[in-house]
Design a protein around this ligand. Sequence first.
Ligand code: MLT
Length: 387
Amino acid sequence: MRFSKRMDNLAPYLFAEAERKIAEKRAAGVDVISLGIGDPDLPTPQYIVDEMRRQVADPANDRYPSNWGCAEYAEAAASFYKRRFGADVDPKREFMALLGAKEGLAHICFSMLDPGDLALVPDPGYPVYAGASILAGADVRYLPLRPENGFLPDLDAVSEEDARRAKVLFIGYPNNPTGAVVEDDFFTRVVAFAKKHDIAVVHDNAYSELTYDGYVAPSFLATPGAKDVGVEFFSFSKPFNMTGWRTGFAVGNHEMLEHLWRLKTNMDSGMFDALQKTSAFILNGSWDFVHEMCAVYARRRDLLADALTSVGMKVPRIKGTIYMWIPVPDGYTSGSFCDHVLEQAAVVITPGRGYGPAGEGFVRLSLTTPDDRIAEAVDRIERSLKL
Ligand code: MLT
């Protein structure tokens, strides 16, 4: 058989590899604890499941949906964006339903980038930004996120040549994988940079609702001028424990959404109306469940931070996301530390190198595992470090 050339340089997705390793260990009878993928362990709340049941039973939802999304979902998203972020969204022109944020992030590379174009990608960054840009034939320029800059990219360090060539800039705060949050006028600087160089901005807003210690995450879209240059992707996966449901949406620049819509009409047939209406119901409802999840993750963060600090690791206390980004102990690379922890402690953590070259020297730990399993994992890691 002959396959497409574009597959030649495409490695399996970061977590597909981890999934394979976990399956192998479990099949061999090993009790593996995963602090790898950010896949919430707690169930989707019952009030959402009940609404979905109601919507699935309604024959009005059985037929092809619109690729833009139904009016109910668009209006709920626009009113959520106004209420929560103070951002204006026109539900008729500036909204599109997505089969999860990942799908939108990957597809927008194909509506924005041609072979030979340049994408500016944070490093470390969610692997889809670079992966899908490369699949679209574009070149990737990594923008290093360094602890000393609060894990924000230094836009002044982008060369004139790269700024001229680049068509898209990816950003995402609260940030996966570093857990960093935006504290200053960063989004304003992004809009100015994008306007100056005619670069489209894609802001991944998957974690805005999972924040701690009183921090409230802003939306890129609420920044003056943001809709002239960019779009923002919101996801229900993490705040509502709905990773399997594949629901999210894009809001922002109409032209960018229209191109994405045209592409997607050729690739998928939109999102099940029952799921769209359930998503609208979630947005219009109470946020109590999300506040409960924030309390759960803050508790797990503290548990993990206290325990790892006591064994000599440097653990920053994140204000957002569900990930701890931790420097590896002396003598290890990110890969060798993950291998050590997997082999000696049967704990899965994610090597920072998987998020880009600047991720070397770090590992990512996800808080999506029950408290007692996190405690057990830390115990095992501690013992493995003494070996
Ligand atoms: C993560 O663990 O970073 C992601 O949420 C999983 C994914 O979407 O690939």
